[in-house]
Design a protein around this ligand. Structure first.
Ligand SMILES: [Zn+2]
Length: 304
């Protein structure tokens, strides 16, 4: 992926909590993590976590809750005309800008639903307190619908995806991950999360929600090179077949069957929360080929 070195970046929705966001007693799972695993939280879990967070705040324990973590200023260097090709942090900003530009047009045009950007993409190290509870890096990137924020520990790409899951370590992997999480934000705006009644199993609503987020990521990938900055300059100059292959490899690596295999367990579709490697790739490609919300209807009868 090649960014336009002359694009004007907007870092206003980027935040970084550094290590200060860490909080004792982590391990909360409230959001929509990408690799999932057996304990991927649903709305039920999320409501319980929100109640716990609210209670702990009333007791004076969670003053940094709800994504109010101290900011490190990590993205200040990425405001204005900046060459995103030279900095992983600024590349993240450019991808965010591209996703926001794409969906600000595509969502109202295709659904009639008003677009609103995510509140923030918040990076952190080790752990963070969020509107969906405390999170540690091992949950992977996730979207919290309560505070409309995408959270990611930026060490995830090296440590988890590469070493543990055997995924690729390429430039487009993060774009795929962010586009997937942004897909959950779009689902939140569309009210799709309310459709999730069944949490586990190859054809569960939770899996349908995840595969749809993969499809939405593909929709963005199809249009990524047409997205623009505030001045009307293209944000992303080039996206190659190799980039798309990296997204496909990443989607494969985070398939529930692959995760179960790589953690030494049996492959058990009954426990799936995100879908098989094959179906994750299939739905990413469906979005990438068609570019429409309608073709991403994973909840339709017979879709899976
Ligand atoms: Zn997800």
């Amino acid at each position: 992926m090649r960014f336009n070195p002359k694009a004007r970046l907007d870092a206003s929705r980027m935040g970084d909590a550094g290590r200060s966001g860490a909080r004792s007693g982590g391990g909360g799972r409230g959001g929509i993590p990408i690799p999932g695993g057996a304990a991927g939280g649903g709305i039920g879990t999320l409501i319980i976590i929100v109640i716990v967070v609210a209670a702990s705040m009333l007791l004076g324990g969670g003053s940094d809750g709800g994504g109010q973590a101290t900011e490190t200023g990590r993205y200040a260097q990425c405001e204005g005309v900046v060459d995103a090709n030279k900095s992983a942090d600024c590349a993240r900003v450019a991808i965010e800008n591209s996703l926001t530009d794409y969906w600000s047009d595509a969502l109202p045009a295709q659904s009639g639903t008003a677009f609103e950007p995510e509140r923030k993409i918040e990076t952190f190290t080790d752990g963070i307190s969020t509107g969906c509870g405390a999170a540690s890096a091992d949950v992977g990137p996730f979207y919290c619908p309560v505070d409309k924020t995408i959270y990611l520990d930026t060490t995830f790409y090296d440590e988890v995806l590469e070493r543990q899951l055997g995924g690729p370590d390429g430039g487009f992997v993060e774009a795929y991950v962010l586009a997937h999480e942004y897909g959950h934000h779009i689902q939140n705006l569309l009210g799709t999360m309310g459709k999730v009644k069944t949490q586990q199993g190859a054809k569960s609503d939770a899996v349908r929600l995840e595969l749809q987020a993969d499809c939405y990521a593909g929709m963005w990938a199809k249009a990524a090179t047409t997205t623009q900055d505030v001045d009307g300059n293209v944000l992303i100059e080039g996206l190659t077949d190799a980039d798309i292959q990296e997204a496909i490899d990443a989607a494969t690596a985070v398939g529930d069957d692959r995760i179960q295999q790589s953690s030494g367990g049996d492959v058990d579709p009954e426990s799936w929360t995100h879908g098989s490697a094959k179906s994750r790739v299939k739905w990413f490609m469906t979005g990438d080929e068609n570019g429409t919300l309608d073709t991403c209807d994973t909840f339709a009868p017979g879709a899976l």
